[in-house]
Design a protein around this ligand. Structure first.
Ligand SMILES: *Cc1c(COP(=O)(O)O)cnc(C)c1O
Length: 296
C-alpha cells in the first residue's frame, strides 16, 4: 500500500472586487479545491486520518454512506483507488445514474442502493452487509468523525498571514469544528463563521461543539440556505455565474456558492469593519456542478 499522504497544494488568492475596495476590506480564498482533481477540498482533509486508521487496523475495505450526489462518496472512491483500498458506497434512495455515481464506479466503488428508511441506521446497514467482513472499515456519512476534524484543523497551520475572519460552508459541521480547533491551537485572533447549507441550520451548533477541543465562540449565519440542501434560487445562480466569469475560479451552488454569497451580502450590509481581512475556504465539490447544470 502506498503512503497515505497527498502533497497539499492549496494556495491563498486575493480576490479583486469593487465591493470590497469600497468597504476598505480585503477578501482572500484558500484553494482547497486544488488539492486533488477528485478527492476534493475538505474531503481529503476529512479522509486522511480515517484512512491511516483503517490501514493501521489492517483493514483494506472502506464502507461509507451518502446521497446520490455526495462529494464524500466520490472522494472516498478516488482515495480508495489511489491508496489501494476496496470501496463500497451505500447510497440513499432508489437506483439512479448520474455523473457523481458514474465517477464513483469508474474509481472501482461498489454501490449498494438502500431505501430511505433503512438508510437512517448506518451501523445496522454496515452489520447487515459487512458484519462478517473483517477487512471492512466503517466511515460515517460525510466522513464525520474526530479523525476528520483533526485533518481539517491542519488547514490553519498552512495560512500565510492572519485574517480577522474565516468563513466555511457547513454540512455535517466537522470541517468547521476542525478549523475552529486549528485557530485555537495556533492561538490566532481570528473569528470563525460557518454557513450551514441546510434549512434551520441552528442544529449544526451541537454537531460542531461535539468536536471542539475547547468551547469557543463562533458565528453561524443560518439565513443563507436558499431553500435547503441542494436548493438554489435565480439570485444564487446569477451570483455564481458572475463570480466564475469574473475570477476564473469554479464554485458550485450546494456549498461554496452559498458561503461566498454570504460574505458578499454581509460586506454589502457593513457587517465587517474597514481594514478587515476575510478568508473564504474553497472546500471543493465542483463535480457537483455537473448535477446542477439544469439550474444554469
Ligand atoms: C462536504 C462538503 C462541505 C461540508 O463539510 P462538513 O464537514 O460536512 O461540514 C463543504 N463544502 C463542500 C464543497 C463539500 O463537499
Amino acid at each position: 500500500m502506498p503512503d497515505i499522504t497527498l502533497e497539499i497544494f492549496s494556495p491563498v488568492h486575493q480576490l479583486q472586487h469593487k465591493l470590497f475596495d469600497e468597504k476598505g476590506l480585503k477578501i482572500f480564498i484558500k484553494r482547497d479545491d486544488l488539492i486533488h482533481p477528485v478527492i476534493s477540498g475538505n474531503k481529503w482533509r476529512k479522509l486522511k486520518y480515517l484512512l491511516i486508521k483503517a490501514h493501521t487496523e489492517g483493514k483494506n475495505h472502506l464502507v461509507t454512506f451518502g446521497g446520490a450526489y455526495s462529494n464524500h462518496l466520490l472522494a472516498t472512491a478516488a482515495a480508495g483507488a489511489k491508496f489501494g483500498f476496496k470501496t463500497t458506497g451505500i447510497v440513499r434512495g432508489e437506483d439512479v445514474q448520474n455523473d457523481t455515481l458514474f465517477m464513483c464506479r469508474l474509481h472501482g466503488m461498489q454501490l449498494i442502493f438502500t431505501d430511505r428508511e433503512s438508510y437512517r441506521d448506518k451501523p445496522a446497514l454496515f452489520q447487515k452487509y459487512f458484519g462478517a467482513d473483517t477487512n471492512a472499515f466503517f466511515i460515517d456519512e460525510g466522513g464525520a468523525s474526530t479523525e476528520a476534524a483533526r485533518g481539517c484543523s491542519e488547514l490553519i497551520a498552512e495560512l500565510p498571514q492572519l485574517y480577522q475572519h474565516i468563513f466555511c460552508a457547513s454540512g455535517t459541521g466537522t470541517t468547521a469544528a476542525g478549523i475552529i480547533n486549528g485557530i485555537q491551537q495556533q492561538q490566532l485572533k481570528t473569528h470563525f463563521h460557518a454557513i450551514p447549507v441546510f434549512k434551520n441550520g441552528e442544529f449544526i451548533r451541537s454537531e460542531i461543539d461535539q468536536y471542539l477541543i475547547t468551547p469557543t465562540d463562533y458565528s453561524l449565519h443560518t439565513e443563507y440556505h436558499f431553500g435547503g440542501y441542494g436548493k438554489t434560487t435565480p439570485e444564487l445562480i446569477n451570483f455564481i455565474k458572475e463570480f466564475v466569469a469574473s475570477t476564473g475560479i469554479l464554485i458550485e451552488p450546494a456549498y461554496t456558492g452559498k458561503m461566498l454569497y454570504a460574505i458578499f451580502d454581509l460586506a454589502r450590509k457593513d457587517y465587517f469593519h474597514p481594514g478587515d481581512e476575510i478568508l473564504a475556504i474553497h472546500s471543493g465539490g465542483i463535480w457537483g456542478l455537473l448535477g446542477m447544470r439544469d439550474k444554469f
